[in-house]
Design a protein around this ligand. Structure first.
Ligand code: 5GP
Ligand code: MN
Length: 345
């Protein structure tokens, strides 16, 4: 992995050696990559380096991703235990931020993380990292996932020994994160990604077991909701864009829980003429936006210019704010349609 500099690895080893209490943070609404990378980092730091570690997030993970959290790792979620989260951040002498490019992506934790006097390390694969806020930055956009980047950082830290600190548990967390972020090797896959997977499977990580947990453990209602959205809730514009709006009413009707619509936004892209797909999901005072695109159309540009967000070239996210962007939830479909026509036109 050429983008990982020896000098940075030397500095990372020193920062870890000089610290006692370490906090590992990831982005709001943690996905498989954020959970997998932080779990692997925490396991490595506590089991291999012998540090006092905990992971912090602004909100609890979706139930279907709960299997990624190792029992031996301490987690604090700000939505359920704000005092514990803030206390852990305030006591830390080293902070890792994984799978996001800026402390603002941790939402409720941003002010506490940014104000901390701890040394700070960023390990991420998004564009435009906030390098100013960190003592050390590992940022590689040309990679599948934060989990893959962390895998190569750990491999280089282990010098010639591939197994140093890379237990089956660490490897399983990293392979899970990479698998979810690439949608099981469909997007953002590089030669290094296959090498990582090959090495981990050869070392004993059970890929079949993790595929069962990621893709074949959903509840029935999720499949029914996906079917409903594809037949009744999908609008395809002649410009080559598609959108779906998952209102609170539909979520309640199908008893949709957080994480259960994962993958839905990809479905319209299976239609030949669709180059851009948007899913809007009502969430309190805003709609969460997921954007996916085919090569040659930029999901990232759309999310950044119109939805207060960002992400990767072909997979991004953002928000539509009720009040600021639209007067009421009912106005969201027309709002998105106008944006898509303008963007594609
Ligand atoms: P998803 O659609 O799966 O929620 O997110 C896809 C990608 O967009 C992820 O890489 C995620 O980090 C990024 N993303 C999602 N929401 C936001 C957002 O509000 N702001 C930014 N900057 N990136 C986002
Ligand atoms: Mn990621």
């Amino acid at each position: 992995m050429d983008s990982i500099k020896e000098e940075n690895i030397r500095q990372l080893k020193q920062l870890i050696a000089d610290s006692c209490k370490i906090v590992v943070a990831g982005h709001t609404h943690p996905d498989g990559d954020a959970l997998g990378a932080t779990a692997a980092m925490a396991l490595y730091l506590q089991d291999y380096a012998g540090k006092d570690v905990c992971c912090v997030f602004s909100d609890s993970p979706a139930a279907n991703l709960g299997f990624i959290l190792p029992e031996s790792v301490r987690y604090h979620f700000h939505d359920t235990a704000p005092e514990d989260t803030i206390s852990a951040i305030n006591k830390a002498d080293l902070i890792f931020l994984l799978d996001c490019n800026h402390f603002s992506r941790t939402e409720a934790l941003e002010a506490h993380l940014a104000a901390s006097k701890a040394r700070k390390v960023l390990i991420d694969h998004h564009l435009n990292p906030d390098t100013e806020s960190f003592d050390l930055v590992f940022s590689t956009p040309e990679i599948s996932s934060a989990s893959e980047l962390l895998y190569w950082v750990m491999r280089v830290m282990g010098d010639s020994s591939a197994s140093l600190g890379m237990t089956i548990e660490v490897g399983t967390a990293l392979l899970t994160g990479m698998t979810t972020d690439t949608n099981n090797f469909a997007n953002s896959v590089f030669p290094s990604t296959f090498r990582m997977a090959s090495e981990l499977i050869a070392s004993g990580v059970d890929r079949d077991a993790l595929l069962q947990k990621i893709y074949n453990s959903y509840r029935e209602n999720r499949v029914r909701a996906m079917g409903y959205m594809q037949s009744e809730g999908l609008t395809i514009l002649p410009e080559g864009a598609a959108y779906m709006v998952l209102t609170k009413e539909i979520q309640e009707r199908f008893d949709i829980q957080d994480g259960e619509t994962e993958g839905l936004v990809n479905v319209p892209l299976t239609i030949g003429k669709v180059r851009l797909s948007v899913l809007a999901k009502e969430d309190g005072d805003h709609f969460r936006i997921s954007v996916r695109s085919k090569k040659g159309t930029s999901a990232q540009q759309l999310a950044q210019r119109f939805f207060h967000g960002g992400g990767h070239e072909n997979a991004s996210g953002g928000k539509v704010l009720i009040g600021a962007d639209v007067p009421a939830p009912e106005a969201v479909p027309a709002y998105i349609e106008t944006i898509l026509k303008n963007f594609m036109g």
